[in-house]
Design a protein around this ligand. Structure first.
Ligand code: NAG
Ligand code: NAG
Ligand code: NAG
Length: 403
């Protein structure tokens, strides 16, 4: 049993399942409360894969009221963000235990397709990218820093006029956004690519282009193109393990296996050794096929109040290069959330935070011991509107590259 004071943050979608928990209860000890104060207990229904779908019941806390529900593999619920600064949402909660129920098998989402580069030569870089970043001496400096830090932030990445065009196209509307769930894993909006105006399509093409794969190889020392130099190409044990366990079918599921040359930059992690014994990844798909074609996957996302991604039991960890380019972040403050946080697997220790910042490109190389999530965007983010009345949240181009 525990005494809870829920202050501002939300308790995002989860199912409460833990060995032997059968009934969850909450006794509310709140001052007079209504919906406008937030803090509702929201219950989800589930889809055919037993994944939460949408909120079907929303309970407003009230003094001396006892709520209880059966804990099961489908008892998905959340406590919505408490919006009141003055009142505290005080409750006593706990569980009655009994014999465990048998769980349905873990559901693995279909993998997101990855694709090799699109053939496009250097022209596209000169057209789009701040010339500073195409200077060879500067690329060498960037690579040195990246190999030390496993991450780098490249400000003013796109040419100002191109960046302005991209922002304008996003602000103008007309792009169709679709919600990405399920809510126990993520909640944000993804652009439907067929509805993108040309300038945004072209920007997506830039990130898929052969020339950009080469540029990223130069920035990072990773081999994202067969022409990119590599001091040593032989696979080490880690890489073989990884090739064996890929693909699987989680969030960042894979359709190509990859190899890790030993001379790669150290991935961001507090512990370089991957512990294969404790690796919970499913091995059902033993693709031994050796295909070292570098690939990527990417999407244009919209982030606003209430959005987040969560680390979950089936979160995929693997070597990958994350790329984020932010747009429309005027007036965005880190306290609103929406930043990307990298943590060491099995620990709460934060390794790195990437904050949304206009026209700034973040590159992060992560390993199999590193997980990431986007911090829940809280209601304080609505203050952005006071200074920028036309803004609702921000956008990012989010790409992941695999060697
Ligand atoms: C990007 O943000 C900077 C300040 O953060 C601002 O000066 C600039 O106008 C913004 N650019 C666009 C195109 O919105
Ligand atoms: C990458 O670096 C090589 C030299 O090592 C250079 O010839 C090439 O133009 C660079 N590629 C890009 C895309 O800047
Ligand atoms: C907001 O949008 C309106 C119309 O869409 C425009 O007239 C106004 O100048 C914009 N305000 C700012 C601060 O950009």
């Amino acid at each position: 049993m525990q005494l809870c004071i829920q202050l501002t943050d939300a308790l995002l979608c989860h199912d409460d399942e833990l060995e032997g928990r059968r009934i969850a209860f909450i006794l509310y000890l709140v001052p007079p409360w209504d919906r406008s104060l937030g803090g509702t207990l929201d219950l989800y229904n589930v889809d055919e894969h037993f994944q939460p779908k949408q909120i079907v019941k929303s309970l407003i806390p009230s003094w001396n009221t006892l709520v209880f529900f059966e804990v099961s593999p489908v008892s998905f619920h959340q406590v919505s963000e408490v919006l009141s600064e003055e009142k505290s949402r005080l409750s006593i909660s706990g569980w009655f235990h009994g014999p465990s129920l048998t769980r349905p098998p873990n559901y693995f989402e279909p993998p997101i397709p990855r694709s090799p580069h699109i053939p496009k030569d250097h022209e596209i870089l000169y057209e789009w990218i701040n010339p500073t970043y195409l200077d060879m001496d500067y690329q060498i400096q960037i690579q040195e820093e990246f190999e030390q830090q496993s991450e780098i932030l490249l400000k003013e990445f796109l040419k100002p006029e191109k960046f302005a065009d991209v922002c304008e196209a996003l602000e103008k509307g007309g792009v169709k956004w679709s919600r990405r769930g399920p809510p126990n894993k993520r909640f944000y909006e993804k652009a439907e690519e067929s509805t993108l105006p040309d300038i945004l399509k072209d920007c997506m093409t830039l990130f898929h282009s052969e020339a950009l794969f080469l540029l990223l190889s130069n920035f990072t020392g990773l081999k994202l193109h067969f022409l990119a130099p590599s001091e040593e190409d032989e696979m080490d044990d880690t890489a073989k393990e990884e090739a064996a366990s890929a693909p699987d079918s989680t969030e960042e599921g894979t359709s190509y296996s990859s190899s890790e040359p030993e001379n790669n930059p150290a991935a961001i992690s507090n512990n370089q050794q991957s512990n294969e014994q404790t690796d919970p990844e499913p091995e059902e798909n033993e693709a031994k096929e050796e295909s070292s074609v570098p690939t990527c996957q990417g999407e244009l996302r919209h982030w606003q109040t209430g959005h987040y991604t969560l680390i979950h039991d089936n979160s995929k960890t693997e070597f990958a290069l994350d790329l984020l380019l932010y747009c429309g972040c005027e007036g965005w403050e880190p306290e609103y959330g929406g930043f990307t946080s990298y943590i060491a697997k099995g620990e709460d220790e934060e390794l790195l935070t990437v904050n949304p910042e206009n026209n700034s490109l973040a590159l992060v190389y992560r390993d199999r011991e590193t997980l990431k999530f986007v911090k829940h965007i809280n209601h304080r983010s609505l203050e952005q509107k006071k200074t920028f009345p036309n803004r609702t949240g921000f956008w990012d181009f989010s790409f992941i590259y695999y060697e």
